[in-house]
Design a protein around this ligand. Structure first.
Ligand SMILES: NC(=O)c1ccc[n+]([C@@H]2O[C@H](COP(=O)([O-])OP(=O)(O)OC[C@H]3O[C@@H](n4cnc5c(N)ncnc54)[C@H](O)[C@@H]3O)[C@@H](O)[C@H]2O)c1
Length: 431
């Protein structure tokens, strides 16, 4: 099953896709704000190692003065460091700002950069609420600068393959989608150790995590969300736990707690967080049962899209396995995906994709092999941003509209849970 040249050409580009990088050659001046693990690795060392011919680091910034120095050492760069974004932008005048702070700070960083005429590459989620969303979209428009939102999931070969099967028309018009994402007691629990457990920092997992999934669906369906109905609850972490402490290191419940994590055995986390605690008090090994957890760990939503399709979506965070089940139900057949990331049994293949035609047979879809972070998506995304290779329109970089529509699905879901009613996207932001 391949996408023919004609089908690829006919595929429309989401209005949010951006022509980033077109006709740009040589090195550009990049600054980075938010030098935690993602900034350090994906957008720090990862660029120094592979993109020295196109990327020049001119400044690093983090509100934690110790962590920004760890980053400078890790990256091996000689640029100055800052604890205030305004100071950095004024002093080093970058052409592009890379935003990898906690989610709640993205919007302010993006608007500050755009208002100084600087293009922005931002980690997901672009924003965590509707007011931030409006502010970012208006700033982009008034400054005529560009935003790229780094939806790496789109760029793993398996996700590209799903897009191509849908574009081929083999299953007809998609009428509904079944999408269940499972986070396990390792990865899922880690959200509850960190700032992600607080809605005011990460917008809840409806926004922080599900923005990836909602973006994939918008892109796969070539559609945007219209209305969302959702339920969400806290069933396992936070105040639902049997005991609690501030964090793991001094915890009196170490021996009984299945979630105990000895961060002192992980040198990278010690460098980035433990050794920087004195500056901001942030505990990377926070207790998953702290009373202040104010996000759901169990989430279900139904979403209706501009093309009439609907999606049943769920996100569970304390499963014995990690991965997802996904199906597109079309007028001519069904596309089914089972993705295994981690589970306590062996699987022959990490991802299985099948197309079953109505009144016909089931066909197994071959997936190109991939290496690297996030199913190979991280490297392909960076190549697209920093090397600008030719790609079909449907693989072009996501821009602010994609950033907005994916976040707004989660923001609407969160509001639907809070208010016990369906929420229309148009109530939140006029796109
Ligand atoms: N695309 C992906 O697959 C992926 C994976 C991991 C993280 N992320 C995203 O990357 C971002 C960073 O995540 P992380 O895991 O590195 O978190 P982290 O906690 O390790 O790092 C965040 C950093 O931001 C700093 N910070 C907070 N507010 C700031 C502000 N106003 N100005 C400057 N610095 C500020 C913190 O001090 C910290 O060093 C998040 O938005 C997250 O959603 C994306």
């Amino acid at each position: 099953m391949t996408v023919t040249g004609a089908a690829a050409a006919a595929a429309s580009v989401l209005p949010g896709s951006t022509a980033w990088g077109a006709a740009r050659e040589g090195r550009r001046r990049y600054a980075l704000v938010g030098t935690g693990v993602r900034g350090n690795s994906m957008w720090g060392r990862g660029l120094v190692a592979r993109y020295a011919d196109t990327v020049e680091f001119v400044g690093l910034c983090d509100v934690n003065p110790l962590r920004v120095e760890v980053a400078k050492r890790d990256l091996g760069v000689s640029c100055p460091t800052f604890t205030r974004l305004e100071d950095m932008l004024g002093a080093v005048k970058p052409e592009v700002l890379m935003v990898t702070t906690v989610d709640a700070a993205h919007a302010e960083c993006i608007v500050t950069a755009l208002d100084r005429g600087i293009d922005v590459i931002t980690e997901k989620p672009m924003v965590i609420d509707e007011a931030q969303c409006r502010a970012v979209l208006e700033a982009e428009k008034r400054n005529k600068k560009q935003i790229v939102v780094t939806f790496n999931y789109r760029y793993s070969p398996k996700h590209q393959k799903i897009k191509e099967v849908l574009l081929s028309g083999d299953i007809g018009t998609v009428s509904s989608v079944d999408f269940s994402w499972y986070l396990d007691t390792t990865h899922g629990a880690d959200y509850f150790r960190r700032w992600h457990r607080l809605r005011e920092k990460g917008g809840s997992l409806w926004v922080h995590k599900a923005t990836h999934h909602f973006d994939l669906i918008n892109w796969w369906l070539d559609a945007e969300p219209v209305e969302v109905s959702a339920f969400g609850s806290l069933n396992h972490y936070g105040k639902k736990g049997p005991f609690r402490h501030t964090h793991c290191r001094p915890c009196p419940h170490k021996t009984q707690c299945a979630f105990y994590r000895d961060i002192t055995k992980e040198p990278r986390l010690v460098d980035l967080y433990v050794n920087c605690e004195s500056a901001d008090g942030y505990l990377r090994d926070g207790c998953v049962f702290r009373e202040d957890v104010n996000v759901s760990d169990t989430m279900n939503a139904v979403v209706r899209y501009t093309n009439g399709a609907t999606m049943s979506y769920s996100l569970n965070t304390f499963m014995p396995l990690e991965g997802y089940r996904l199906a597109f139900n079309g007028t001519k057949g069904r596309l089914e995906v089972r993705d295994f990331e981690r589970q306590p049994w062996d699987v022959p293949e990490e991802t299985e994709i099948y197309v079953t035609r109505n009144f016909g047979k089931r066909e197994k879809i071959e997936i190109p092999k991939a290496e690297g972070g996030h199913g190979g998506g991280d490297d392909r995304l960076r190549d697209l941003i920093f090397r600008n290779p030719q790609v079909p329109d449907y693989m072009r970089l996501p821009g602010s509209r994609a950033g907005a529509t994916s976040c707004l699905t989660g923001i609407a879901a969160r509001k639907s849970v809070d208010e016990g009613r369906p929420v229309k996207i148009a109530e939140l932001v006029s796109l």
